[in-house]
Design a protein around this ligand. Structure first.
Ligand SMILES: Nc1nc2c(ncn2[C@@H]2O[C@H](COP(=O)(O)OP(=O)(O)OP(=O)(O)O)[C@@H](O)[C@H]2O)c(=O)[nH]1
Ligand SMILES: [Mg+2]
Length: 315
């Protein structure tokens, strides 16, 4: 299966929630109040969120007036264009999933350090495994650092993923200092001339002060050991949490220098419209999406492909 087909399949529930209602709109010939109400339902049911839905309806109303649109079907390409514009504003670096496997910022001349953050259970460790695999497929020399020293099974879980991806892991025992583990990993990565070091971290938001202290220390160590690093701080968000993901992102932006989002578990949720809300409300690009639990179930996010997949059966 190609990457686009996989994205489309992953978005199946979102597409259903969304397109069924848009189809009701298409059954109406003339544009009236009900048309806008039904479009509102379509957007909300795909978890686009109140603010972003309001924004889109406003744009649709204005465009309908400006372009003197008369029939409901004329609104669909407008909606598609507006959604694409929102999503593409943050992600125009990747035009199509086939353009580039890795939408990561690289240091071409040395070690690239990527820090992965997010709350409990969103998919950080899994994403690191998948990312390690994708980067390795591109010919990069990849290592991972077991920076989640908090949860008992975390290190073992990352070891399993490192094995699957065929990359080296640097780890210590549970309870050791996360910044010290990452320091060790950087030294090892330099010695082994690795291209990329992916650092796992513990997911804790409830204890924000502690999280802030620990992350600050990790940032300090990384910046001291590798000038300009971390090159990326990827925030992992779970698509099944819908609008809650936006709240998490805003909290994390206060404590970490987030450069990109990985949106996991897009498969099997009808809340994929959260991609649009993220595009509208956060100034961070979605760089990757998770579409399953296997090694190859991660792909670079493409605004073009997202809009095409969402509207596929409607045009
Ligand atoms: N369906 C699906 N499941 C996923 C995806 N990404 C992760 N998961 C699952 O989500 C669960 C949690 O993933 P982890 O990688 O352990 O999450 P984490 O953020 O590291 O969790 P903590 O270390 O506890 O903070 C696992 O069961 C994963 O298999 C995805 O894209 N799709
Ligand atoms: Mg983890």
């Amino acid at each position: 299966m190609g990457l686009f087909d996989k994205l489309k399949l992953g978005l199946a529930k979102t597409r259903r929630a969304f397109s069924d209602r848009v189809e009701m709109v298409l059954r109406r010939r003339r544009i009236d109040e009900d048309v806008f109400e039904e479009l509102e339902d379509a957007l909300l049911s795909a978890d686009v969120g109140l603010d972003t839905t309001g924004f889109l309806l406003d744009r649709l109303t204005k465009e309908a007036r400006r372009e003197k649109l008369e029939t409901a079907d004329q609104l669909i390409p407008v909606l598609r264009r507006e959604i694409h514009a929102i999503v593409a504003a943050r992600t125009d670096s990747v035009k199509s999933v086939s353009d580039s496997m890795t939408s990561l910022y690289y240091d071409q001349n040395g070690l690239t350090v990527v820090l992965v953050v997010g709350v409990n259970g969103v998919g950080k460790t899994t994403t690191i495994g998948k990312l390690a695999y994708a980067l390795k497929q591109e010919g990069k020399r990849v290592m991972v650092a077991a920076g989640d020293t908090f949860r008992a099974a975390a290190i073992e879980q990352l070891s399993v993923w490192a094995d699957r991806a065929g990359v080296d892991i640097i780890k210590q025992t549970t309870g050791s200092d996360a910044a010290a583990v990452i320091f060790d990993a950087i030294e090892a990565a330099k010695a082994r001339r690795a291209d990329v070091l992916l650092c796992d971290t513990a997911g804790r938001l409830q204890n924000k002060a502690h999280l802030m202290d620990e992350l600050e220390k990790i940032y300090r160590v990384i910046a001291r050991e590798v000038p300009g690093a971390p090159h990326e701080t990827l925030l992992v968000l779970d698509a099944t949490t819908g609008q809650n993901a936006i709240i998490q992102a805003k909290l994390f932006q206060d404590v970490a220098k987030v450069t990109g989002i990985v949106l996991t578990k897009l498969d099997g949720t009808a809340k994929g419209g959260v991609v649009i809300a993220i595009g509208k409300e956060l100034k961070i690009p979605v760089k990757w999406v998770g579409l399953g639990e296997r090694l190859e179930d991660l792909q670079p996010f493409s605004a073009d492909d997202f809009a095409t997949a969402l509207f596929d059966s409607l045009s």
